[in-house]
Design a protein around this ligand. Structure first.
Ligand code: MCA
Ligand code: AMP
Length: 503
């Protein structure tokens, strides 16, 4: 019997003694350890009543054990549901209610708050701390270190990742074993990954970039990772000589450019720098090339689709573009309204089709239907294909802010702000920000007698929304600009306040 994704990793696994990860606290984890630990955790999941198809919701700090837990879920046939550590209890309550996990795994320090919440959704809770401690590990260490992997077909669910939407409610993107396997395979090939690669992994592991692009690709190649708890620019520079690849969001690169010691010599063992999750400014691409001699390879993807395009490994990595559709993936530019295919060079909606594209939103068949046409997924990104075939992303057809690689939907923040006493209405926009790419900014109209301050607004939403979603600045105005249809003209607001975060 085969387990589609885990077998793909297993088939390419190097000798068990080879290193899979080195952590920043000096631990060295071998491939053989990964097999044993994920087997014990799969046994533990079974003890906790997790059956194939059950969701396992996980909000824990980054650790090798969390990767083992992800792999254990695959092996047990469960559906891994990672959650950003910044999510508040209010946000978690929604995810638990929607996904109805069988098991919730959280940090021991948060268990007092999370366990009762999990219980109301019918889940049991186990704990896993950043050093691997907790009740889940206590149970796992008592288990045998082998496990008969559950049979999983290509279309079976491997993971659900929540992504916010322009209309408020977060949607669970259902990703199958084949969605993840096909993408990891194609990326490992395109980026020439081998067992000799050492990837600096400093991304969080609860989103597509850190979990699937970085970890799955390393596993698919049998490579090893320098596994960092979090991104620390100074430390990354010191790790460069020991690594061959770095993956990051544009904020990694802009922060690294400010570091002492980053130059061609420091980067001489690196064969590839990769960027994604947000637009990499051409000026960052240029500055990086001048300083290190390397052209950053930019690629483009989404939670719903994994990676769609990549600049070439060999050949020109063109700044300001996201490269070519990956092998096996069709990408077209369509008229946003009619869906008619547009000619080369014209700007329209980017739509994609391929084995990477998810099967739909969890328990939202209508929303799923609305986001596909002719078998293509409508990304919400506006772009064009140039005369040489490079895809350019030129804007967004969706009201979205990307801050430091995290996607933030203004509607979610506006709803919270509008509900506050003293606020008449608000518009949340993203403005160019030197560190985060875009800075979340709230433009607020107070009720006539209200004196509510920006700090009070941020305090009031703190319990509701993860910190990275909080406005970096609140601006008060007498009224919001509207068009004749009554729609707030966010483009005018962005124009008015465009220099707000200039250094
Ligand atoms: C932290 N803060 C942020 C962000 N991160 N605010 C806005 N946007 C952010 N991204 C807040 C903190 O809460 C803190 O608030 C203050 O900013 C400064 O924190 P700092 O220590 O500087 O931040 P950090 O811990 O260094 O984090 C910055 C970071 C991190 C390294 C850029 O955000 C990060 O790892 N981003 C990567 C996200 C990612 O993996 N995205 C991929 C999504 P205070 O000072 O008030 O306490 S997957 C995806 O998009 C797809 C599909 C794809 O294509 O890859
Ligand atoms: P997510 O919510 O994490 O699925 O984010 C997906 C979105 O991130 C895409 O729809 C794009 O808007 C954006 N994105 C990802 N990679 C890039 C990139 N290289 N350039 C511009 N935008 C990107």
């Amino acid at each position: 019997m085969s387990n589609h994704l885990f077998d793909a990793f297993r088939d390419r696994m190097p000798a068990p003694g080879r290193t899979l990860m080195e952590t920043d606290d000096g631990r060295s984890i071998r491939y053989g350890d990964m097999l044993a630990r994920s087997a014990q955790l799969a046994q533990a999941l079974r003890h906790l009543g997790v059956e194939p198809g059950d969701r396992v919701a996980v909000q824990v700090e980054k650790s090798p054990e969390c990767i083992f837990l992800y792999l254990a879920c695959l092996r047990a046939g469960a559906v891994f549901l990672p959650l950003n550590t910044a999510y508040t209890l209010t946000e978690l309550g929604y995810f638990f209610g929607d996904a109805e996990p069988r098991l919730v795994v959280c940090d021991p320090a948060r268990a007092g708050d999370i366990a009762p919440l999990a219980k109301t959704s019918g889940a049991v809770t186990a704990t896993l701390g950043s050093n691997g401690e907790g009740s889940l590990t206590e149970l796992a260490v008592q288990q045998p270190a082998d496990f008969d992997d559950m049979a999983r077909e290509p279309d079976d669910l491997a993971a659900i990742l929540y992504t916010s939407g322009t209309t408020g409610r977060s949607k669970g993107a259902m990703l199958s074993h084949e969605n993840l396997a096909s993408n990891a395979r194609v990326l490992a090939e395109q980026w020439h990954f081998t067992r000799d690669d050492v990837l600096i992994h400093a991304l969080p592991i609860f989103h597509t970039h850190g979990l699937f692009v970085a970890t799955n690709v390393a596993l698919m190649a049998g490579a090893s990772m320098l596994f960092e708890q979090k991104f620390d620019a100074n430390r990354i520079v010191s790790l460069l000589p020991r690594a061959t690849v770095l993956m990051g969001v544009p904020t990694f690169y802009t922060r690294l450019l400010l570091q002492q010691g980053l130059d061609a010599h420091a980067a001489k063992n690196i064969r590839l720098f990769i960027s994604g999750s947000a637009p990499l400014l051409s000026e960052t691409h240029k500055a990086w090339r001048e300083l290190t001699g390397h052209a950053i390879l930019e690629r483009y993807g989404m939670t719903e689709t994994n990676m769609n395009t990549s600049n070439p490994y060999e050949g020109e990595r063109r700044a300001g573009t996201v490269g070519f559709p990956l092998p096996g993936i069709s990408l077209r530019i369509a008229d946003p309204d009619s869906g008619a295919a547009l000619a080369q060079g014209e700007v329209g909606m980017i739509e994609v089709k391929g084995p990477n594209v998810f099967s739909g939103y969890w328990r939202m068949p209508e929303k799923t239907k609305a986001e596909f046409r002719d078998g293509f997924f409508i990304t919400g990104d506006l772009g064009l294909i140039d005369a040489d075939g490079y895809v350019h992303i030129v804007g967004r057809g969706k009201d979205l802010i990307i801050s430091g690689g995290y996607n933030i939907y203004p509607k979610e923040i506006e709803s919270e702000i509008d509900a506050l006493a003293g606020v008449a209405e608000s518009a949340v926009i993203g403005l160019a920000h030197p560190d985060f790419g875009e800075g979340v900014t709230a433009v607020v109209v107070r009720e006539p007698a209200s004196r509510i301050t920006g700090a009070e607004i941020v305090d009031a939403i703190a319990g509701q929304l993860a910190k990275y979603k909080h406005p970096k600045q609140v601006i008060f105005v007498d009224e919001l600009p509207r068009n004749t249809m009554g729609k707030v003209q966010k483009n005018l607001l962005r124009e008015t306040y465009k220099g707000l975060y200039d250094r």
